[in-house]
Design a protein around this ligand. Structure first.
Ligand SMILES: [Fe+2]
Length: 293
């Protein structure tokens, strides 16, 4: 009889973990601004796809969900791919997804640590960065690699900050070098609504000092397992209970939204921490809504 109970508990546990780790939520943020932008502007932010087929149908379901949201544009906040040494891992899932995405939306892409790893280490990953980047640019996706674009009709500038790879190291301590963001991206124009894509939220104070109105981050995958009322338990840098695990954070005039990510890699485990599509409307009231899928 005891074995039957143990078996039942194990089966229930497996079902629970599977259900927790599958599917995604659509999380909606509405932000106010005193900046002069023409009416509410709504966009989608995705981070950390990591070559995942989220909807198990070559991401067709994910594309349909994005179409239903009809955003003004889409922002990718890094780690669309996972860096692999094995050249047979050709990122076909992400390539197909990016092709579908680019044929439907204006897409702005800031890099994460996995894209950065390809770029930085061409010896270990020969040719992979150049090949991937040329594919992405060939689709008409706007790559914001230490670069920005100004959407003059919306008075919005989008900046993509490449955080150097050494700042992603495990057990790293301390912030990024003072003035680095300004050195790389130039000063912000305060009359514009300035969005900063910065994959790792850990440097929030530096993003506030830079003067961004809105920072978009990911990287932590929500801390993998969330203890309700406490937060995500671990970051990729193996920090326990990271401060910026997911959600919205405000300081001075800067708001930062940290996505739990839409995919996963290494360990496909999420507990109380669903993957998510983030939608942001600028020009509404500051609040958060959540819809489960
Ligand atoms: Fe990352």
């Amino acid at each position: 009889m005891t074995y039957v109970w143990i078996f039942a508990v194990v089966v229930l546990l497996i079902v629970f973990v599977y259900r927790q780790s599958s599917g995604y939520n659509i999380v909606e943020y509405e932000l106010t601004t005193s900046k002069d932008i023409p009416g509410p502007i709504r966009f989608v932010m995705l981070s950390d796809l990591h070559d995942t087929d989220v909807t198990h149908d070559d991401n067709k379901g994910l594309i349909e969900a994005l179409e239903a949201l009809s955003p003004d544009f889409v922002i990718l906040a890094g780690d669309v791919i996972t860096s692999y040494v094995n050249p047979s891992r050709d990122h076909h899932v992400s390539r197909d997804f990016l092709s579908s995405l680019a044929s439907r939306f204006e897409v702005y892409y800031g890099y994460g640590n996995h894209e950065e790893r390809y770029r930085k280490d061409d010896e270990e990953y020969p040719g992979r960065f150049a090949e991937f980047e040329s594919f992405v640019k060939g689709l008409g996706i706007h790559v914001l690699s230490d670069d920005h674009i100004h959407l003059s009709d919306k008075n919005i500038s989008i900046y993509g900050f490449d955080i150097p790879l050494e700042y992603y190291k495990r057990f790293r301590r301390g912030g990024i070098a003072g003035g680095m963001i300004t050195d790389k991206l130039g000063a912000l124009l305060p009359e514009r609504y300035n969005i900063l894509i910065a994959h790792d939220p850990d440097f929030f104070d530096e993003y506030v000092s830079y003067g961004a109105d809105l920072v978009l981050s990911g990287h932590l995958h929500g801390g993998m397992i969330v203890l309700p009322g406490i937060g995500g338990i671990i970051s990729p840098q193996l920090q326990l209970f990271p401060k910026y695990d997911f959600g919205v954070f405000c300081k001075e005039d800067t708001t930062m939204i940290v996505s739990r990510g839409i995919g996963w890699h290494s360990i496909p485990l999420r507990i109380f921490n669903k993957a998510e599509i983030v939608t942001v409307t600028i020009g509404g009231q500051t609040e958060k809504k959540q819809e489960g899928i």
